[in-house]
Design a protein around this ligand. Sequence first.
Ligand SMILES: [Zn+2]
Length: 118
Amino acid sequence: MSSLVEVVLEEIKKHDASAVEEVELEIGELTLLGKEQCLFSYEVLSKDGPLKGSKLIIKEKKAKVKCGKCGSEGPIGRSDDPLDHLRLPRFSCPKCGENVEIVSGRDCIVTNLKLVVD
Ligand SMILES: [Zn+2]
């Protein structure tokens, strides 16, 4: 979350803005940061400094994986097993069962910023 502040600060400088009104953040399904955690961190970060008084909007993004063997792409497969949430998600291809590569879903990026420019 501290890198978020850096990104915002850079944008403020670039646009010569005086404050931030709104920050839109996209968090991938596989980031270690949960939505609640992000909101909490942001609350702390926006108490003072350049983010003071701004609003955070979080959009969750589904992860995408790609199979190196058959080239199949798609979301991470989830089984209906009720015990599944206790385990790590399965990162295997739904078509051929090979290991898949994570294409997206591990990032936490600022997608939109509303700045106040005097
Ligand atoms: Zn495959």
